[in-house]
Design a protein around this ligand. Sequence first.
Ligand code: SF4
Length: 333
Amino acid sequence: MSSQRTHITRQGNATLRHRCTGCGGCCQGVRIPVYNDQERAKVERAAAHLDIPDPIQDDALRMSKGRCVFLADDNRCRIHSSLGPSAKPIPCLQFPLIAIKAQSAPNTGSEFRIGIDPASYGAWQSWREGPPLPDGPIVAASPPAPGGQDRVEAQLVAMCEDPQASVPGLLSVLTREPAPRGVLPPGFAKRWASHLSSIDFEPFLTNEGVGPNLRAALKPVTASACKWASGPLPWPDRLSSNDEAWAIEAIRRTIFLRLLPQIPNVSAAALLLLGGVVAAAWTDPRPEPFNRAITGWQRALRFSLFWQTLASDRETMVWLGTGQRPNSAGAAS
Ligand code: SF4
């Protein structure tokens, strides 16, 4: 069992804003780790009180049909309702706040990073004007360092922090394909449309662990993908600047908080995150469906199965990013 956790205290040096919508989506299709024996005892006590068998599986809260076994039908946490918030496991207690001790390349130390999980379904509605999270003690995880890619990680975070950043612009930099402002790099758009239209998403969507909220959030995008076989759509000018800004902030948080540790290449993770924003915008750029889709995409990418469904092999990632097939003489964009 992993016990690489550090207790730190957050004191409002950065205002983190969030309002929970109570949808229960964050308790579905997710792995909630049980950090140590003390946490294990706490969860088992709650389960005994609520008459829930086998609450822990593989050092995490057990999921049933993609839902935490403690989640009631009305999407309320039964531990919270029956025993109070302090009886919940630590990740649930401090959610949506995520804290990490970010190890850097060997001998360059580490730093604490704190942020709100961008894959919380309500995050897009309250990231600017929601109530500030209270200060208090928190527990920081220690995800693996992105092997030797600290500089790339810092560059990507800085690019997302630029107030002038745009989704087409970030894709242009990542793919090294120039494009006029507000226009998707045409080679990437063509490759991405053709790639998505060729994918069978059903095995992922029907996987029991995905859970109903994530399935519903992702379904409009996967159902639209087959239409893109005839070619990419333009970057929609109907997408609001606020929604584009949130999409970029969500990508920044995912990279900064190292929320995709299973994707070994930070640039590849950024490309897939940006690709998800493009797919959501092509599907429906109106605020509610667009933001729901990008939240689902962010959450889905945390599943190895989704990442593998999209492009886990180096050859496909290189092709998506550059149009080149490794070990092949010609471009294939
Ligand atoms: S223990 Fe409660 S808060 Fe935590 S995932 Fe389960 S239902 Fe959600």
